[in-house]
Structures are given as C-alpha cells and as structure tokens.
Design a protein. Structure first.
Length: 482
C-alpha cells in the first residue's frame, strides 16, 4: 500500500480527486485496505458501511466526470465519533442500554460534512457514556493507542484520534466537555479544535429524545493537519436547526501567516494539577522555538484564583452531566464514592456531585462566578493572542479499566496523582467557552505530546491561524510507525 496516499491530509486528497488524479472509489478502497491492515489490532473503527460507501463513491465519481463537485471534501473518505447520529448507523454512546438506537436523521455535523462531499463510511469508538479519557465499553471493546498498544488513545474521541493518526480516516468529528477532543489529539499526535461554545451545532450528538444543548459541551473537528482543521471548522461552524433563523457566525477572521505576528502568554503548570516534568520541558522548548521564530512570548496568565475557578468548573460540569439522573441515583453514587476515596479526589468528586442535583438558583450563582472569570479572560486577550498551556498532565498513559474512574491514578513525577485531577486543564478554557486548538509538538520518549493554544472568546480563527503557523514553521503531523 502507498502510505503517502492515506497519510496525506484531506485537503490534498480532495485536490487529487478534483484534478482527476485519483477516483473517489480508488481513494475509498485505499482506506479500506488500511483499515483491514490496522483496525483488528487498534479497534478504532467499530462500525462500517462499505457497500453504502462504495455506492456513494460511484455517484461522486460520476459527478466528477460531469464537472460537478459538492464541496471541498468531494470524495474524501471520513469517519465520525460513534455518538454523532448518521442515519442507519448505531449511536449507542458505548452503552448497552442503547445498543438498538439507530437514529433516522443525521446530526448537523454529519450533514455538513456530507454536504461538502465527504464520503462517511464508518464510526469510531468511545467510552461508556463518553465519560472517560480511555475508549472502551462493553459493546465495542477497547481501542489502543497507535504509538503504544499498551496505552489508551484518549477519550472520549479516542477512536477518532487513533483512526486519523493511522490513515484509516481522512477527517473526523469529536466532542468535548472535559478534553474529549483535546486529550485524544494530544495522546495520538493529531490536531483538534474545541470551538467556542455554541459555534458548532450539538444537534444530533445527544441521547435519544434529547434536544437541549449541554452546558460547556461542544462538537468540533479533528484532523491530521492544521489546514484541514481550518477547513473543517469553516464547514461545521454555524447555527443549529433551532436557531438558524436568528443568528449567523461572526467569529473574526485572522489572516496571520507568520509566528512572529503573535503575542503568546505561557502557563505551563498549576498547583491544582501537577504536570509531568518531561512534558513541561517539551512545552518550554516549544515556547523557545516560538520566541526564536519572532513571536512575543512571556510567562503570564489571567489573575484567577485557580483553585476556586477549578471548583466552579467541576460544579458546572456536574450540573451539565446530570441530565436525566435522579436525586436518588446521585445519592447512591455519592455514598459509593465517599466509601472509596479520600483527599484531593474526594474533594473533586464531591464538588462535581454537588452540581449533579443542585437547585437552579444555586446554578445561577456558579454561572455568575463563571461570567466574572470570563471578564478576566476577555481583558487578558485584549493584550495577548494565545495562552499556551498543557493539554493534560502527561503523555498517553497505560490502559487501566479497574474500578470507577475516580479510583484510578497516574504516576506524575514519581508520585501517584488522581487521574481526574487533569480536569483542571480541561476546564481552564472549557468552562468559560473559549476556543482551544491542540496540535502535535514533540515527543516524550516514543509518545507524542501536544500544545493547547487557547484564544479569546469567538476567536477560533486565531487559534487556528496559530496552529497553521506552527505547522508551517515549527512542527507538523508525524505518522506512527505501524
């Protein structure tokens, strides 16, 4: 197999189709060959419709012969995270209780990719209820990291990142309430964008019968290149089916093409979540490269009480993820948690569970604290273009499926730290709805690590422009050696 074909980015693939250097069907078959070679060991793609995809490829090829192109992804084979509704495919969220959930309508994200000419042939693995930084469940099993099969690819968009990194899919869509786009991109060495909250539709990425947008949660693109990420954002951004008559997108453009045009603030650590020193060192090296490329780089951050700010995120996260959960169920979960935890992880879980069944008036107090923090970030980004932070605490960690998530720990700088403590870096931009781009930066040992580039509210294109400049001037995607 010519790996240069499946490892090129979606933009290049679309160009080959448009200039008739390859047919849509041949491009699709190349991806099937790659899936056949790697997916049995990775288990990233957990549902496929090859016959339907071949039929669509034949139609797309007929359109090419007629000089008709649906959009910038015409004929490009893609997959999406399992939780996105694609008519005729399962949307189970990894939950056996939803094993027979086959939606009849496409999600907005899927429809926008299809309208752009993409050929969606499969769906990728997730954790149970999308609630883990590993991707395993009782329906589909475990997804492995393509850089080290003994480790996870991240979650909840772990299958998405593993499929992208290995050339089994040209483009993806993920979702993120607690780094579910960002962590997998970091762990697998690809690109991901957590957009500004509300800029990309969540409709059709929901449990059956649920149509209310979830606080903090976003959907967004994942890709092998920054230019694909930029293209996908332009395709996906826009109002959902309920608000399309009342608003349009007004994210400011950002046409910068050189690192030297950016003012970059650094926040490489915080007491609320220790970061592996080797990863911090790579981030510091990266910052030095940015500086040598002409960027203004300085260690500075918004003047937040980060401990209190983390608690605000945990409270609102608990509330956001509490939909459909009864007070009795929360009480049972709380009793089990308190019997198994102490110290930091009990504080984290107690704060989160307090949000699960809080009164709306209490939620408004927490929301007001978030608005005050948002003002601090808005003021900060009047002077700075990018706030560069870790994505999480370390490179990809070994599989660990034992017990509840809050019982698991990571070894960080020789000490055991609660795995869920990493939520600090998830919430730092997430709770105030800021865009965060993650891209490949370096390696710790044989494992890829990425940067998190946070931009001001609505300045998704600034985060994307930064990622593009980094890709062109400092570092870009590297395929895993498999």
């Amino acid at each position: 197999m010519d790996l240069s074909l499946v490892n090129m980015d979606a933009t290049k693939m679309a160009s080959l189709v448009r200039t008739k250097q390859i047919t849509c069907l041949a491009l699709l078959e190349a991806h099937f060959d790659r899936v056949d070679a790697l997916n049995p060991s990775l288990n990233a793609i957990i549902w496929q419709d090859r016959d339907g995809a071949r039929e669509r490829a034949a139609i797309l090829d007929t359109e090419v012969a007629q000089g008709v192109f649906r959009g910038p992804l015409h004929g490009v084979p893609i997959t999406v995270k399992e939780a996105f509704d694609f008519a005729g495919s399962p949307s189970t969220w990894g939950n056996p209780e939803l094993a027979q959930n086959y939606p009849a309508q496409n999600s907005d994200v899927v429809q926008r990719y299809l309208d752009a000419g993409a050929n969606l042939f499969g769906k990728t693995n997730v954790p149970l209820n999308l609630a883990d930084w590993q991707s395993f469940n009782a329906i589909y099993g475990t997804t492995n990291n393509p850089w080290d099969m003994s480790r996870g690819p991240g979650g909840s968009s772990g299958g998405s990142a593993a499929a992208l990194a290995t050339g089994m899919s040209a483009l993806e869509a993920g979702s993120d309430i607690g780094s579910s786009i960002r962590n997998p991109a970091h762990y697998c060495g690809v690109f991901g964008l957590k957009p500004t909250w509300g800029v990309v539709s969540e409709q059709g990425h929901s449990l059956p019968g649920w149509h209310t947008d979830i606080d903090i949660a976003v959907t967004g693109p994942m890709a092998r290149s920054a230019r694909d990420l930029m293209l996908a954002f332009e395709l996906l951004a826009g109002p959902d089916r309920y608000s399309k008559d009342t608003w349009s997108l007004h994210c400011p453009t950002d046409l910068r093409e050189d690192i030297s045009d950016f003012k970059i603030a650094l926040k490489l650590s915080d007491a609320a979540c220790p970061v592996d020193q080797a990863y911090q060192d790579r981030l510091a090296d990266f910052a030095e490269k940015l500086s040598k490329a002409g960027a203004t780089v300085r260690e500075i951050e918004p003047e937040l009480d980060t401990s209190d700010y983390f608690n605000t995120y945990l409270t609102l996260l608990g509330a956001a993820m509490g939909f459909g959960i009864s007070a009795d169920a929360v009480a049972v979960e709380r009793a089990e948690m308190e019997a198994k935890t102490t110290g930091v992880i009990r504080d984290i879980m107690t704060t989160r569970l307090n949000g699960r069944d809080m009164r709306h008036s209490d939620w408004m107090v927490a929301d007001n604290k978030r608005r005050l923090a948002r003002q601090l970030f808005d003021n900060f980004f009047q002077d700075w273009d990018i706030l560069l932070t870790p994505v999480c605490a370390s490179a990809a960690f070994p599989h660990n499926h034992s017990g509840q998530r809050y019982e698991r720990a990571l070894t960080i700088n020789g000490a055991q730290q609660p795995e869920m403590q990493q939520l600090f870096w998830s919430g730092y931009s997430g709770v105030v709805g800021l865009p965060s781009a993650v891209g490949p930066m370096d390696f710790v040992g044989s494992l890829p690590v990425g940067y998190q580039a946070i931009a001001g509210h609505g300045k998704d294109r600034t985060a994307l422009a930064f990622a593009s400049c980094v890709e062109n001037q400092i570092c870009s995607f590297t395929a895993p050696p498999i």
